[in-house]
Design a protein around this ligand. Structure first.
Ligand code: MN
Length: 389
């Protein structure tokens, strides 16, 4: 029986610009976070006694990467102590002025470029082929250049691209499961999509995603894979284990503040949303929705929280409350609806006057006030946006 253990990662995007959010040293700190995530990958290689490291494209940003970062990369990669195989992605393509062509990479690093995409490592019984990018955009790859699998070797294909997705006009190296399967390889090491996937219908393909999330569209788990392959009488088994590498996590939440009577109430709703999050780790973006008569100054509201938080923003997308007194005079269905709900509220108010502490009546009144808002919303827009929590 033969075994092979390696770490598979992709999409570091070293020196990403983090333009979208700029306060002071924010972008610098985030770029350091990516380095830290990469160090966690190298640490894992050593801790697991992995035999190689695969980096499946977008290791750095071609347009913004600093020489200092490439020097740092040299140091960290040479510390890995095992072969490191890299393919260029669409953010670090194999251009004439690419670092991949014009720089001495450490001895243990091998760039599987479009010029020289194939490698056989006899000591590890590995046959590996890399399908990377030579420019910022590429369409369907020519899979006929992939050599046939080597018998009794672990056959691994690294590819930066799009598996089984219909992105007509937006595809980066689109391939299908059938096309990959037909190559007869044992493991397809993907890169490009920043969300981790280990549940492709094609059981041999794995996409690690970005080790450090790069924006609010990259919420959830971020890390890489430890892969163990075994070969027994020609049969290859794959075991992957995900591990977390991200330094920070993005959280985006909407909160409907319809019915909130004071800013304090709005603040409490926001507090409820961020319960359990950590100011030093979690980046938070909250959007207020619904209708309100409150004057919501997001600066003031953000000020309640932002002191402790590395990143905390509140956006106001609420709309002005309905003008009930005006609508009551409306001759159409809208006016009839408002008059009906208003008279029910008046009924509850009368009962409440006799029994002010009655919780059930209070709840009933709150319900009617919400019904007024949702009903008017439906009459005006033809649909209701439910509060999502
Ligand atoms: Mn990428």
């Amino acid at each position: 029986m033969k075994t092979l253990k390696f770490v598979h990662c992709a999409d570091l995007h070293l020196d990403a610009s983090f333009r979208e959010t700029g306060t002071g040293t924010y972008a610098d700190t985030r770029r350091k976070d990516i380095r830290e995530a990469f160090k966690r990958i190298i640490d894992k290689v050593r801790a697991e006694n992995a035999q190689m490291l695969l980096i499946c494209g977008d290791l750095y940003e071609h347009n913004t990467v600093a020489k200092g970062t490439i020097d740092w990369l040299h140091m960290v990669l040479s510390q890995a102590g095992v072969p490191v195989l890299i393919i260029p992605g669409n953010h670090d393509p194999y251009l004439k002025n690419s670092w991949y062509r014009n720089w001495d990479w450490p001895e243990n690093v091998r760039i599987l470029s479009p010029d020289s995409p194939a490698l056989v490592m006899d000591d590890l019984c590995v046959n590996i082929f890399g399908m990377g990018f030579s420019s910022f955009r590429e369409d369907k790859p020519d899979l006929s250049v992939v050599p046939p699998p080597v018998k009794d070797y672990f056959n691994i294909m690294m590819i930066h691209g799009t598996l089984d997705m219909d992105f007509t006009n937006h595809a980066y190296k689109p391939v299908t499961s059938e096309e990959l399967s037909a190559l007869g390889y044992d493991y397809y090491a993907l890169g490009h999509f920043h969300k981790m996937r280990d549940d492709y219908p094609m059981k041999k393909a794995f996409n690690p995603g970005s080790p450090e999330p790069l924006g609010f569209d990259e919420q959830g788990f971020h890390g890489a894979f430890v892969v163990e392959m075994t070969m027994d009488q020609g049969r290859v088994d794959i075991k992957t284990e995900r591990f977390e590498t991200s330094v920070r996590a993005y959280h985006e939440r909407n909160v409907d503040i319809t019915g909130c009577r004071t800013l304090e109430e709005v603040k409490m709703r926001v507090l409820g949303l961020i319960e359990g999050l950590r100011p030093d780790r979690d980046l938070v973006r909250i959007t207020l929705t619904g209708r309100t008569g409150l004057s919501v100054e997001t600066d003031v509201l953000t000020g309640f929280f932002s002191g402790d938080w590395f990143y905390f923003r509140i956006y106001n997308e609420t709309r002005k409350d309905f003008n009930i007194e005006e609508l009551e005079k409306d001759p159409s269905l809208t006016g009839a609806f408002v008059r009906e709900v208003k008279s029910r509220i008046a009924g509850i108010d009368a009962e409440l006057a006799n029994d002010p502490g009655n919780r059930e009546l209070q709840r009933e009144k709150e319900k009617l006030l919400l019904a007024m808002n949702y009903g008017l919303e439906a009459l005006y827009s033809g649909r209701i946006e439910w509060q999502d929590d």
